[in-house]
Design a protein around this ligand. Structure first.
Ligand SMILES: [Zn+2]
Length: 283
């Protein structure tokens, strides 16, 4: 759940003309509102009569906003993956966040100074997975209807197959009673239909977040999830300090000598690291 805190929503100078995923924190002098995706913890505060400026989002997110909250078209400027637009001396590029349909990351570049920032929102920084096998994709409920659908699929393919095995993405695949951490399948029809729940997250794993920060080497990182207090933010930033470019930040030299914290920060691994931090583009 994205933290609702004014200081995290407005980007730092020279990008302070922009607010990210924060419609509860509108300010009179800000006319540009970047929205990464349409999940409600990112749109809260946005309503049909919003008139404080322009909402920048993907065309998929724009459709969701029109359909759900009735945001008028004239309030929205769409920008899709790979596109760049220029707004008041800032080039904004939309990058795929891999989180949900229409989800974006925003790369902002202040053209006069070269200062850059990347706002991730929620994102899944995984390597693209190539399809190595031929699989059927079918809707799977959590109930017995899933087994009925699997049975119907089996019948359609006649004698060719003896059983159908399905994998259902879920956040609740494991229970303490599962031996060796392996989930048990739900089996019906004397073994002819078999469904495994497999853990899947639309947010980056701990390893993905570490690799992402190491690849970008940002000079600053602004956590926007589980980041309500200064102590929370310090704890999260410390977890990534070893992978950041802190050479220019004298105030943070202590981080070079600090041991990497262990399990305490792992809890944030399924959340995003929405960042307004500079990515080392000068300025
Ligand atoms: Zn989300």
């Amino acid at each position: 759940m994205a933290t609702q805190h004014a200081s995290l929503k407005r980007l730092r100078p020279p990008l302070s003309g922009f607010i990210v995923d924060g419609f509860n924190f509108c300010e009179a002098d800000v006319r540009h509102y970047l929205l990464t995706h349409a999940h409600s913890d990112h749109t809260c505060g946005l309503h049909a009569s919003f008139d404080l400026g322009t909402v920048y989002c993907s065309s998929v997110t724009a459709r969701v906003l029109r359909a759900t909250i009735g945001l008028p078209e004239k309030r929205i400027t769409t920008i899709d993956v790979g596109q760049s637009i220029e707004v008041e001396g800032v080039q904004i590029t939309a990058l795929d966040a891999g989180h949900c349909p229409g989800s974006l990351m925003f790369l902002l570049e202040h053209l006069a100074t070269g200062h850059t920032a990347l706002h991730t929102g929620d994102m899944r920084a995984s390597q693209p997975i190539r399809e190595a096998v031929r699989v059927h994709v079918m809707p799977l409920s959590a109930g017995v209807e899933a087994h009925e659908a699997m049975g119907a699929l089996l019948q359609r393919h006649g004698e060719r197959y003896a059983a159908v095995v399905t994998f259902r993405p879920t956040g609740w695949a494991y229970s303490k009673s599962d031996e060796a951490g392996l989930p048990k399948p739900w089996v019906e029809g004397a073994g002819s239909t078999r469904m495994y729940g497999v853990p899947y997250s639309e947010h980056s794993s701990w390893e993905e977040l570490q690799a992402f920060v190491a690849a970008l080497r940002p000079r600053a990182l602004v956590p926007t999830v589980n980041a309500a207090t200064a102590r929370d933010r310090e704890r999260l930033q410390a977890a990534y300090a070893h992978a950041m470019d802190l050479a220019a930040d004298k105030g943070r030299l202590d981080w070079h000598f600090r041991r990497r914290p262990s399990s305490a920060v792992g809890a944030s691994s399924s959340s995003d690291i929405g960042g307004g931090g500079g990515t080392g583009g000068g300025g």
